[in-house]
Each structure stands twice: as structure tokens, then as C-alpha cells.
Design a protein around this ligand. Structure first.
Ligand code: 5RP
Length: 225
């Protein structure tokens, strides 16, 4: 099976976690896109969705799914999203698709976080995938110095094919931090959150996944945390 077929399989399985007549939190990325396409098939069963990015909002609307402003939604039954890495405790690195801050906000309001990922995303220790940190542009260099003190090598994310900084949906910049071995995700998340100028860090440990649907050649495995 290709990686896309594995992503499609978990996206299909995730439909079982959609709570009927509710507003669903929807993540960002290629796996989330497969999920949105599946969600469209049962759109009559849900009230609508809260999107974690402009790209996800556009795809949901393209399928005729109503997109709600999070400020108008007191609670979300389930948030469904992909991950760049996930460990055995349900902690994740996210933000490869640049939507980490809004993903974190929507996830914080959700009762349940269902992570959908192909099997390659499950790791013993996170950190091989560079950890994305969203920062206020004027703090790019000062935050980078602090991240270097933690042992990482931060690199400013650029717009593909240019030398210009990539700008997020929130007007932030992204520092992708390589060289970290994340043995204590909650502690590192708290430490990076303390750095002045950080908008959000792509470590989802304090609020990790409750369930992970993992696509493997043997089928979709369900991990519960
Ligand atoms: C976006 C994310 C994505 O969930 C993560 O990058 C995984 O993406 P994909 O499903 O394309 O592998 O965190 O900010």
C-alpha cells in the first residue's frame, strides 16, 4: 500500500468517531484532506465544522460543509487531525503543514482528539522531524537563540522556491528546530511556551491524542492513550 492509501484508510476509519448532529473540529494536511473528503459523504449527519486553517476551511466549504467560527462554538465533541510524529504516550509533533497554532486552539476545546496517521509517524522518541515553532516575526532571531540553548538547530521556514519567510495564517513566522531528542515532551512544551515571542510550539503533549488510528500494511490499528 502507498502512503496515500494508508492515509485514506485511516481517514475512512475516522468517520466512525464523528459524533452525529455536532460540530466537528477538523485538522490540516494531506491526511486531514482525505478525512474532509470522507466527511463530505456524511455531511448531512453533522451540523458543520471548525477549521484549523484557511486551507481546511476552503476545502470544507468546497464540499458544502458549513464552517463555524470557534468563538461561536462552546464545545467540540471531537477533533480529527494528522501528525508529523506521535509517540507511545499520544504526544505529537505537528505543524509540518504550518497550522500548529490553530490546530492547538481547536484541539484545546475538543473533548476527544483522534489522530489519523500512516504507520511511519509512530516513533519511540520524537525529534527526528524538525519541531515547528510559530513566532512573532520581530522575535525570530531572539527566539532562535533561546531554542539553540535548548540544544536545537532552528531554521526559518521559507516560502517554497523563494528566499522569503513563510507567513502563517496568523501572520507568524515558523522556526523548524532539528536536532532535538524529545524524551520529556510535556516539559519541553512548557519550556518553549515560556520563551517570549513564541506564539505556539508544535508539541502536543499537555493535550495529546486520546486515540490514534494508524495505517499499516496489516490494516488500521487503534491506539488508545
Ligand atoms: C499541519 C499538521 C499535519 O497534521 C501534519 O503536518 C501531518 O500532515 P500530513 O497529514 O500531510 O502528513 O500538523 O500543521
Amino acid at each position: 500500500m502507498t502512503q496515500d492509501e494508508l492515509k485514506q484508510a485511516v481517514a475512512r476509519t475516522a468517520i466512525d468517531y464523528v459524533v452525529k448532529n455536532q460540530i466537528i473540529g477538523v485538522g490540516t494536511g494531506s491526511t486531514a484532506n482525505f478525512f474532509i473528503d470522507e466527511l463530505a459523504k456524511i455531511k448531512g449527519d453533522i451540523k458543520g465544522a471548525v477549521a484549523s486553517s484557511e486551507a481546511t476551511a476552503a476545502r470544507l466549504r468546497g464540499h458544502g460543509i458549513e464552517v463555524f467560527d470557534l468563538n461561536d462554538v462552546p464545545e467540540i465533541a471531537v477533533y480529527i487531525d494528522g501528525a508529523d510524529e506521535i509517540d507511545n504516550s499520544g504526544a505529537m509533533i505537528k505543524g509540518g503543514g504550518a497550522a500548529l497554532t490553530r490546530e492547538k486552539i481547536v484541539a484545546s476545546v475538543a473533548k476527544q482528539f483522534v489522530c489519523i496517521a500512516d504507520g511511519s509517524k509512530l516513533v519511540e522518541v520524537m525529534g527526528k522531524f524538525p519541531l515547528p515553532v510559530e513566532v512573532i516575526p520581530m522575535a525570530r532571531a531572539s527566539v532562535a537563540r533561546e531554542l539553540a540553548k535548548l540544544g536545537g538547530t532552528p531554521k526559518l521556514r521559507l516560502k517554497p522556491g523563494t528566499e522569503e519567510a513563510f507567513v502563517t495564517d496568523n501572520g507568524g513566522y515558523l522556526l523548524d528546530v532539528s536536532g532535538l531528542s524529545i524524551t520529556e515532551p510535556k516539559a519541553l512544551e512548557a519550556q518553549i511556551n515560556q520563551i517570549v515571542g513564541v506564539i505556539a510550539v508544535g508539541l502536543f503533549a499537555a493535550r495529546g491524542a486520546n486515540v490514534c488510528l494508524l495505517g499499516t500494511a496489516e490494516g488500521v490499528k487503534t491506539l488508545k492513550f
